[in-house]
Design a protein around this ligand. Structure first.
Ligand SMILES: *Cc1c(COP(=O)(O)O)cnc(C)c1O
Length: 422
C-alpha cells in the first residue's frame, strides 16, 4: 500500500497502489530515482515535442521569471503573449487571425464550442447542434466529454452530457458514408459546427484517415456555413509530419485548438484561434455580445515565453528533417512488424506509429493493456497501449538506438501477447 495521498489521473488505485518517482528528465528519457533511464516513447502523454527540457525553452522560462508571474489578462497584455499571438497567426492556416488563450486542451475545445454557439447566437440565427466523428476524444470536462466517444470512461456522467450528432469514422473505402451523413445533418440548418481531430483520432486508438477526406469535410461545412473546428491539441506541432495536420489537406478551419506541444511540453498552455467572422460577431458596443470566458491563468507569461521559445526552435532548428527521419524509420520498421500474423493492422501518420493486435476482444479495458505496460517498463520503455493498439509517439530528439530499443521490445511483445485472450 502506498503512503502517498495522491489520486492519480486515469488510475485504478486498487490495481496500481504505488507510483515510482521520476527524479529528472532529459531529452527522450525519464530518469527514475534509482538512476534508471526510461525511454519516453509517448512523449509523456503527447506533450513533449523536441525532447525534455530543451535548453532554449528552459532558458526562456528562467528569463521570463525574472520579470513576470501571472498578470490579469482581462485588464492587461504583455510582450510574451503579444509575440506568441503574432507568430501563431503567421504560422497557422490562413484566415485565423484572433488568438484566445487558455490553459489545457479541454479548455481550448470548450472555448471553441462556446465561440461557435456564441457566433450564431450573436448573428441572431441561433444554431445549437454540434457534429462530431465517431471514436473522437476532445477532453475530460463535461462539455468535451459530451463531444467525445461515449463509453466506460464517461458512463457515470452520461446524465449530464449534452447530445451531439455523430458522423461515422471514415473507414478506408467507405468514406462516402461519412460525407453523406455530414451533408444530411448540415442540411437541417441547425448545425453550428463540425468538431474533428484532423487526420488522426488519438485517444480513439490512433485511427487515421486521409487528407483528401479532411478537405472534403471542409468543403461540405463551407457549403452549409457550418463552422469547422479543428482540434489539433494532439496532431499539432509536427506529430503528423507537418506543423499542423490541416496543412496536409491545404485547408483552414474556422477555429483551431492547440495545446500539448505549444510550449514544447514544458508548461501548460492552450490557444483557440478564430476567424475574423467569429471575432466580428462578438465585436459590438453591446456588452451582451462579449465572449464570456476566462481562466484565472489565461496567457500565463511564463508559459507564453516557453511557447515563444518553442516557435524559435521551429524556425532555427531542422525540426522538419527530424520529423521526416522519424517518419521514414516508422515506415520501414512497421513493414517488418506487419508481417507478424498477430498484427491486424499497422497505421502511421508522421511521427506516430500504431500497431493493432489481433486479440479476441479490443477496447481500452482489454486485459492485455496493463500486461503490456508492465512488459515495456521492465525493458526501460514508457509505452501505454490503447487497448490492443500499441503505439509510439516519440519526442523528436529520439535516436536510431532508441527506436531499435522500442521496436525490439514491441516485436517481442507482439510475439508474446499477440492473439492473447483478454
Ligand atoms: C489531449 C487531448 C485533449 C485534451 O487536452 P488536455 O490538455 O488533456 O485537457 C483534447 N483533444 C485532443 C485531440 C487531445 O488529444
Amino acid at each position: 500500500m502506498s503512503s502517498s495521498s495522491i489520486w492519480h489521473p486515469f488510475t485504478q488505485h486498487a490495481l496500481e497502489p504505488a507510483f515510482g518517482k521520476i527524479a529528472a528528465t532529459e531529452g527522450a528519457y525519464l530518469i527514475e530515482e534509482s538512476g534508471r533511464r526510461v525511454l519516453d516513447a509517448i512523449s509523456s502523454w503527447w506533450v513533449i515535442t523536441h525532447g525534455h527540457r530543451h535548453p532554449l525553452i528552459v532558458q526562456a522560462v528562467r528569463h521570463a521569471l525574472d520579470r513576470y508571474d501571472q498578470i490579469i489578462f482581462a485588464e492587461y497584455s504583455h510582450e510574451p503573449a503579444e509575440e506568441l499571438a503574432d507568430e501563431l497567426v503567421r504560422i497557422s492556416p490562413t484566415g485565423l487571425e484572433h488568438v484566445f488563450f487558455s490553459d489545457s486542451g479541454s479548455t481550448a475545445v470548450e472555448v471553441a464550442l462556446k465561440m461557435a454557439l456564441g457566433h450564431f447566437h450573436n448573428l441572431g440565427m441561433p444554431r445549437s447542434r454540434i457534429v462530431v466523428m465517431a471514436h473522437s476524444y476532445h477532453g475530460d470536462t463535461i462539455g468535451t466529454m459530451s463531444a467525445g466517444e461515449r463509453g466506460v470512461f464517461n458512463a457515470a456522467y452520461q446524465p449530464l452530457l449534452f447530445s451531439v450528432d455523430t458522423i461515422p469514422f471514415p473507414v478506408a473505402g467507405q468514406e462516402q458514408a461519412t460525407l453523406d451523413e455530414l451533408e444530411r445533418l448540415c442540411r437541417s440548418g441547425e448545425v453550428a459546427a463540425l468538431l474533428v481531430e484532423p487526420l488522426v483520432l488519438g485517444a480513439g486508438g490512433m485511427k487515421t484517415y486521409s487528407a483528401t477526406l479532411l478537405a472534403r469535410l471542409r468543403e461540405i461545412t463551407s457549403h452549409y456555413d457550418v463552422l469547422l473546428i479543428a482540434d489539433e491539441v494532439m496532431t499539432g506541432w509536427g506529430r503528423t509530419g507537418s506543423l499542423f495536420a490541416c496543412d496536409q489537406a491545404g485547408i483552414s478551419p474556422d477555429i483551431l485548438c492547440l495545446s500539448k506541444g505549444i510550449t514544447g511540453g514544458v508548461l501548460p498552455l492552450a490557444v483557440t484561434l478564430a476567424s475574423p467572422d467569429i471575432f466580428a460577431s462578438h465585436y459590438s458596443e453591446d456588452r451582451r455580445r462579449t465572449f464570456f470566458h476566462s481562466s484565472s491563468y489565461t496567457a500565463n507569461p511564463i508559459a507564453c515565453a516557453a511557447a515563444v521559445a518553442n516557435l524559435q526552435i521551429w524556425r532555427d532548428e531542422p525540426v522538419m528533417s527530424r520529423l521526416d527521419w522519424i517518419s521514414g524509420e516508422h515506415d520501414r520498421r512497421l513493414v517488418q512488424l506487419s508481417k507478424l500474423t498477430t498484427v491486424a493492422e499497422t497505421r502511421q501518420a508522421g511521427t506516430i506509429a500504431a500497431i493493432e493486435l489481433r486479440v479476441s476482444e479490443g477496447g481500452y479495458l482489454a486485459e492485455i493493456g496493463p500486461k503490456l505496460r508492465r512488459f515495456f517498463r521492465e525493458r526501460g520503455l514508457l509505452i501505454r497501449p490503447l487497448g490492443n493498439v500499441i503505439y509510439l509517439m516519440p519526442p523528436y530528439c529520439v535516436t536510431e538506438r532508441d527506436l531499435d530499443l522500442a521496436y525490439g521490445a514491441m516485436e517481442e511483445a507482439i510475439r508474446l501477447f499477440g492473439g492473447a485472450r483478454p
